[in-house]
Design a protein around this ligand. Sequence first.
Ligand SMILES: Nc1ncnc2c1ncn2[C@@H]1O[C@H](COP(=O)(O)OP(=O)(O)OP(=O)(O)O)[C@@H](O)[C@H]1O
Ligand SMILES: C[C@H](N)[C@H](N)CCCCCC(=O)O
Ligand SMILES: [Mg+2]
Length: 225
Amino acid sequence: MSALFIAGAGTEIGKTYVTAALARAVRAAGRPVVALKPVASGVPPLTDPDFRTSDTAVLLAAQGLAVTPETVAACTPWRFAAPLSPDLAAAREGRRLALPDLVAWCEGAVAAAPAGAAVLVEGVGGVMSPITPDATGLAWLKALRLPALLVSGSYLGAISHALTAVETLRAHAVTLRAVVVSETPNAPTPPETVAEAVARHAGVRVVCLGRGAAFPAGALDLVVA
Ligand SMILES: Nc1ncnc2c1ncn2[C@@H]1O[C@H](COP(=O)(O)OP(=O)(O)OP(=O)(O)O)[C@@H](O)[C@H]1O
Ligand SMILES: C[C@H](N)[C@H](N)CCCCCC(=O)O
Ligand SMILES: [Mg+2]
């Protein structure tokens, strides 16, 4: 079993898209996969038709799993309605998420994964987005001691956002397996241009996913030990 944390250079940048594409590629390679989105905000009720576009639903579909209360709870135990950082979204509901509880749940889920499985854990927002009132996604990632895959977009400004996130991860001794540039619509340059710049400045392997692209099978060994 190997586990990988999918972090973002920002929110709505392609983390779920990349995690789902990676999950499909792992399954296509004949390996079991578990894709988790432990904390999600902006989540409609399970009975709402819009739930089918939620991160949880997208990740369940990528695993070939139906959306049921049980599969949803096993993928995303902390779901909040407000499309805000989880600490704020939780407070809107009179709830409070504690980092130790989140870390313990993730460790349990990773340990319970089938033998030989690739476990993919999608974060929330960007690397430094608040998760609890006193912890960011970086603290969560460091507590899990997992390697990271960083997802970037290809919009104007994406290079700086990606390099800033890379520097932050490196400053905190987080193992960065690769950066994945997931194409942003209407970007001024092709995603390959952003990928080449990030690779050159950061000295890191970069994988490119065009719009609607599958995760390249040739890059699988890079991101899932
Ligand atoms: N390479 C791509 N091809 C097609 N659609 C994409 C691609 N990358 C991202 N998208 C789409 O862009 C939107 C935002 O992507 P996604 O939901 O993966 O972002 P995210 O980083 O997971 O967001 P959040 O921070 O809310 O979890 C989604 O509709 C997603 O399907
Ligand atoms: C609603 C959004 N899609 C995400 N689920 C939450 C993003 C929180 C970002 C917080 C921040 O870094 O400003
Ligand atoms: Mg997502």
